[in-house]
Design a protein around this ligand. Structure first.
Ligand SMILES: N[C@@H](Cc1ccc(O)cc1)C(=O)O
Length: 485
């Protein structure tokens, strides 16, 4: 249906096709009586997403004290946020920008996601202490596909799981563009002649992203230095072609946003705005990005729903209230009561579990959340039922590092045979002794008799799988081919 259609259309977005998903063209709104009433009935201030400041999601606004509230209240606006496809998935660090965009969409504004097919190749120096490695055009293109899929998934899940019918009908549109579509046609002399002239060296040099690098031994190359000009031109381009006056990004994007503001102001005389969402940092204060080496990804093939869920369940109490406000759409009053209950019995981690459930549902949908909970029960509560209902994919996601082997079950196969088939124990008497010493578990139950013949429903689950554990946490997964359906 809708989702299928967008999925199919997705690869075509590459090369600059504007992909407009969800939401209807405004002209349609004005002719459809029913929708028009709904739109009119939205109170003026409902569009003013800045009222969400108590959630902490919109941390800073540039220029300060500007007329942004009035602009927002005047009617649906277009807001954009760019993502450079330097990897094939976004990570939790990017999630707040997406959630910021979703708040705009909920308030009826038009959302424009910009994939930086061109800018990813230049490398944004903002917030980085070292140069980015060059990424080939092909890799960037593939990465953009992965990122687009992840973003579409989040918007789709949001509409499905976090909006009632009326809210879903009032969502603003979502479009995905790629800045390669305008840079691929630009010739360098013309660009420097028409755009470059508006950028003053002293201003560019004064940016924090430039200063911090110039002071370091790493230095900075010309390509990185010009990055701010490209992001500024993007803003200008979107302003001219999509009437976009608002850019959203992490706090590290302030310099690039100001460049855009200044450029647009100089060329058109128009005021535009930058809105910054907080940067998510780990408990040690590091930025949660992929360079910090601690990335939690949004795409399932890189971080499973279970891992994402557990990441949020593990958050310390000191983060939890702030994260509930930032990462979920739960009304503030309800967050207060969640926190009251939590404070009475913090050991239960109820607030963390709620946070984890909300985020997992947003990123992986209802089904992803079920997977995450099933995996949690199978692993931490040694639930046979949960193990039994798990698919191969879930099991492999859960025991990522665990070797997986496929075998044919022969009559009379014993515990020892299973351990050997899975190469889980050393050859000879030492392996045998590991079993008798109590170092082996099959499907969460300790087995101490090597000659015991495997029993269906106990050692072999009805889904044709055996989960073998050696010691504390060395897992092996065995799939019995002639039993699996
Ligand atoms: N510079 C942004 C990505 C971006 C790219 C192009 C833009 O026009 C805007 C933003 C970042 O690194 O996060």
């Amino acid at each position: 249906m809708h989702w299928e259609a967008t999925k199919m259309a997705a690869p075509m977005a590459w090369g600059g096709l504007v992909l407009t998903l969800f939401g209807r063209p405004r002209s349609f709104l004005s002719v459809s009586g029913k929708v028009a009433v709904r739109i009119r009935s939205r109170c003026k201030s409902g569009r003013n997403v800045l009222q969400l400041h108590r959630r902490g999601i919109f941390k800073d606004i540039f220029p300060e004290g500007g007329d942004l509230p009035r602009l927002l209240e005047s009617g649906p606006q277009t807001v954009y946020c760019g993502f450079d496809p330097t990897a094939d998935s976004l990570h939790v660090g990017n999630l707040l920008a997406l959630i910021g965009l979703l708040h705009f969409q909920r308030a009826g504004h038009r959302v424009l996601v910009l994939l930086g097919g061109a800018t990813a190749r230049l490398g944004d120096p903002s917030g980085r202490s070292s140069e980015r490695e060059a990424v080939s055009a092909n890799t960037v293109q593939e990465n953009a596909r992965g990122i687009q899929e992840g973003i579409l998934g989040v918007f789709h899940n949001h509409r499905l799981c976090f909006c009632n019918d009326a809210e879903a009908a009032n969502l603003g549109s979502l479009s995905i563009l790629n800045n390669w579509s305008w840079y691929k046609e630009k010739e360098v002399v013309g660009f420097l002649d028409t755009v470059g002239r508006h950028f003053r060296m002293a201003t560019m040099l004064s940016r924090h992203s430039v200063q911090s690098r110039l002071k370091s031994s790493e230095g900075m190359n010309l390509t990185e230095f010009t990055y701010q000009m490209f992001q500024a031109y993007d803003f200008y381009y979107l302003n001219q072609h999509h009437n976009c006056r608002i850019q959203l990004g992490g706090t590290d994007q302030l310099g690039n946003m100001i460049s855009g503001y200044e450029f647009i102001h100089k060329v058109t005389g128009q005021d535009v705005f930058g809105i910054m969402v907080p940067l998510v940092t780990s408990s040690s204060g590091d930025k949660l990005g992929k360079t910090a080496g601690n990335a939690v990804w949004l795409n399932r093939n890189k971080t499973s729903p279970f891992e994402l869920y557990q990441y949020f369940v593990r958050q310390p109490d000191s983060n939890i209230e702030r994260y509930l406000k930032l990462f979920t759409f739960i009304p503030l009053a309800e967050i207060e009561s969640i926190m009251d209950i939590h404070r009475n019995d913090p050991g239960k981690r109820n607030a963390q579990k709620r946070l984890a459930a909300e985020v997992t549902k947003l990123v992986h949908g209802k089904e992803g959340l079920e997977t995450a909970k099933r995996c949690t029960r199978a692993l931490y509560h040694s639930s046979m039922d949960a193990l039994e209902t798990m698919s191969d994919e879930e099991l492999q996601e859960l025991f990522k590092e665990a070797p997986f082997s496929e075998n044919l079950l022969e009559p009379g196969t014993t515990v020892l045979d299973l351990c050997r088939k899975a190469s889980a124990i050393p050859d000879g008497p030492r392996g045998y002794q590991m079993i008798t010493d109590g170092g082996i578990w099959i499907n969460h139950r300790q087995v101490t008799k090597p000659e015991q013949v495997l029993i269906l429903g106990q050692h072999i689950l009805t889904n044709g799988l055996s989960l073998l554990r050696v010691g504390k946490k060395n897992y092996h997964i065995v799939k019995w081919l002639n039993l699996a359906e």
